[in-house]
Write a protein that binds this ligand. Structure first.
Ligand code: MG
Length: 378
C-alpha cells in the first residue's frame, strides 16, 4: 500500500483543520491538526508530502512520523504549526492502518484499559454580569446533561487595572473564591470541578486563591502562572494541596521531559492535535506514568480529532479525563455520520476499524472555507 495524496481543509467558524491521506488501495485516512496560522497549508506543503509521505507505506506510522519531522529541516526539531500539521497527518495514518488491518486504532496502540472515555465539559464562565448565580446555573445545567466533570475559567475580570504585572486585585481574589465555592457546593459531591487560570497570575497571588480552593477538593487548578518557567511552577505545586495541571502548549515527549522529570505539576494536559499525534501521546503518557502523573488531554477539536484522541486515552493507563468544548455547537454535532458521540459524559470506545467515525462530507463541504479548497479539490 502506498500514499498517493494528502489534502487539507479549513472549516469555519471555528478554524478546525482536517487532513485526509489517500492510498493506492482505496483506503483514505482522516485526522485533525490544532488550528493555527498556515497549518492547513503546511499539511500539504510539498517539502512534507513529497519527501516524507507520497509513495510510502502509510502503515509505518512511527517511521513516517520521524520522516515528517526531518522533512523540512535536518534537525527535525519542530514545534508550533509544523508539529500541529504532522500531528493531524499522524492520526490519518493510524486511521488507514486500522482500516487495513481491520481493528480500531486503540487496539494498535496496545489495547484498551477502558471501554469509554470520560470527558469534561468546559463552561468558560458565568454571564457578563459576573454574578455567582449564573455560574451555578450553567454548572447545574451541564451536570444535568450527564457530565460529571465540569470546568470554569477564572480569568482577570474587566475592572482589572494592570495585567502586565500579573497581580490580582483583592476583589478578583474574593470573587473567584466566592464563585468557585458556590460551584462546589451546588454540584454533586462526585461531580469533579476543574478551574483554569490561563497563565494569568503571579505565583504569590494565585496561591492565595489556591489555598482557599484546598477546602473545595478541585480535580485541578490549570495553568496558574505563565507557562515558560518550570521551576516557578514547581514552587507553586509544592506550596498548595490544590492539584496543578499544565502542558497544553508543549510539543512532543521532549517538550514534556523537564516538566515531568522535575515533577513540577500533578497532572499534564498535552493536546494530541499539536503535541505529535496518537503514538506520541502514548509516549508522553508513558513518560508521565513513571512519575504517577495522570494525563488529561487538552482538546478543542471537532469530533474527528476528539474521537482520534479517545484511542490514545483508551490505551494509556494513566488517562484521567478528556476536554470537550462544544456542547451546543451544531457543527460539532453534525460533522460525522455517526451522531451522539458523547453519552452521559463519556465517549463509548469506537469498535469499527480505524478511527471509528466517518466525516459527513456534505456537512464538511458546507463549512469549508471556499477559497482554500476541499481536501485538495477546488
Ligand atoms: Mg486550558
Amino acid at each position: 500500500m502506498k500514499i498517493v495524496d494528502v489534502g487539507a481543509v479549513l472549516l469555519q467558524p471555528i478554524p478546525w483543520v482536517l487532513v485526509k491521506v489517500r492510498t493506492d488501495e482505496g483506503i483514505t485516512g482522516i485526522g485533525e491538526a490544532y488550528h493555527g496560522a498556515g497549518v492547513h497549508h503546511i499539511a500539504v506543503d510539498e517539502r512534507l508530502t513529497q519527501r516524507a509521505l507520497i509513495g510510502q507505506d502509510p502503515r509505518n506510522v512511527d517511521k513516517l512520523f520521524r520522516d515528517m519531522k526531518s522533512s523540512m529541516s535536518a534537525s527535525g526539531y519542530y514545534q508550533g504549526a509544523v508539529m500541529s500539521a504532522i500531528s493531524g497527518i499522524e492520526m490519518a495514518l493510524w486511521d488507514i492502518t486500522g482500516q487495513a488491518i481491520g481493528v480500531p486504532i486503540w487496539q494498535l496502540l496496545g489495547g484498551a484499559y477502558r471501554d469509554s472515555i470520560r470527558v469534561y465539559s468546559d463552561c468558560h464562565a458565568g454571564d457578563e454580569d459576573d454574578n455567582p448565580e449564573s455560574w451555578v446555573a450553567k454548572a447545574k445545567e451541564v451536570e444535568a446533561r450527564g457530565f460529571d466533570a465540569i470546568k470554569f475559567d477564572i480569568d482577570p475580570r474587566p475592572d482589572r487595572r494592570d495585567h502586565y504585572n500579573r497581580t490580582m486585585s483583592n476583589s478578583d481574589i474574593a470573587f473567584h473564591i466566592e464563585v468557585v465555592t458556590a460551584l462546589r457546593e451546588a454540584l454533586h459531591p462526585n461531580t469533579d470541578l476543574l478551574i483554569d487560570a490561563h497563565w494569568a497570575y503571579a505565583p504569590h497571588d494565585i496561591l492565595k486563591v489556591a489555598y482557599a480552593f484546598e477546602a473545595l477538593n478541585l480535580m485541578w487548578l490549570e495553568d496558574p502562572i505563565p507557562a515558560e518557567n518550570v521551576a516557578a511552577l514547581k514552587e507553586v505545586k509544592a506550596a498548595t494541596r490544590t492539584p496543578i495541571c499544565t502542558g497544553e502548549n508543549l510539543y512532543t515527549r521532549h517538550g514534556f521531559r523537564e516538566l515531568v522529570e522535575t515533577q513540577a505539576t500533578d497532572i499534564i494536559s498535552p493536546d494530541l492535535a499539536k503535541a505529535g499525534g496518537l503514538s506520541e501521546g502514548r509516549r508522553i503518557a508513558d513518560l508521565a506514568d513513571i512519575y504517577y502523573i495522570p494525563i488529561s488531554p487538552h482538546n478543542i477539536c471537532s469530533p474527528i480529532g476528539t474521537v482520534a484522541m479517545s484511542h490514545t486515552c483508551a490505551a494509556s493507563p494513566n488517562f484521567q479525563v478528556l476536554e470537550f468544548h462544544h456542547l451546543d455547537n451544531k457543527l460539532w454535532n453534525s460533522l460525522t455520520v455517526e451522531r451522539d458521540l458523547i453519552v452521559n459524559g463519556r465517549i463509548p470506545l469506537p469498535q469499527t476499524p480505524g478511527l471509528g467515525v466517518a466525516l459527513d462530507e456534505e456537512v464538511a463541504r458546507g463549512a469549508a472555507r471556499e477559497d482554500l479548497g476541499f481536501f485538495g479539490a477546488e
